[in-house]
Write a protein that binds this ligand. Structure first.
Ligand code: HEC
Length: 150
């Protein structure tokens, strides 16, 4: 009976521990955060491309959300040592070889995201400036710290 109980309870216990851990899987967590950023950008790029009219409210909400995501990127929890392996990841080994460089790129991105959220652009022209400033970080960091998948 005892043995039966522990057999039945073990997976439940494991699941509970897994769910309660904030970063049970840092690779999945950071990818989910990155994907959300991509989605947020996707909601405002049609405005940049002149496919949709400028919408100050939508832009503001998107920039705010992007900044929230940016501030959630924590190197210690999302890019812990060893998490260049152990799952499907495009994170480049350079993240851990050049920690100072990665941290600098992240710090700049966070500052630009905060500035973008505070800018509150009221027209397409000012929005374009803010948009370019924040999105150049995506490309720059990916170029240095992400492995290109073919
Ligand atoms: C400081 C560095 C850095 C910045 C800034 C950054 N990224 Fe990333 N991004 C990464 C790394 C590293 C990965 C690879 C994560 C992995 O596969 O483990 C990644 C992966 C991604 C992915 C793929 C996620 C997946 O499911 O595999 C998307 C989408 C993405 N980033 C979007 C963005 C967007 C949009 C921005 C800017 C708004 C941005 N990123 C800014 C470092 C960065």
């Amino acid at each position: 009976m005892n043995r039966l109980f522990s057999l039945a309870a073990a997976p439940l216990f494991a699941a509970a521990v897994f769910a309660s851990s904030a970063n049970a899987d840092p690779i999945k967590d950071r990818q989910a955060l990155m994907k959300d950023q991509g989605k947020t950008l996707g909601s405002i790029t049609p405005i940049i491309k002149d496919e949709k009219p400028f919408d100050a409210e939508l832009v503001m909400a998107a920039l705010k959300h992007l900044n929230e995501d940016a501030q959630k990127i924590d190197i210690a929890t999302l890019f812990p040592d060893g998490s260049d392996k152990g799952g499907e990841t495009t994170a480049a080994p350079k993240i851990w070889e050049d920690k100072a460089g990665f941290e600098a790129a992240l710090t700049k991105y966070k500052a630009d995201a905060t500035a973008a959220a505070a800018a509150n652009p009221k027209d397409l022209e000012s929005f374009k400036v803010v948009f370019n400033q924040v999105t150049e970080n995506c490309g720059a960091c990916h170029k240095s710290f992400r492995i290109k998948k073919d």
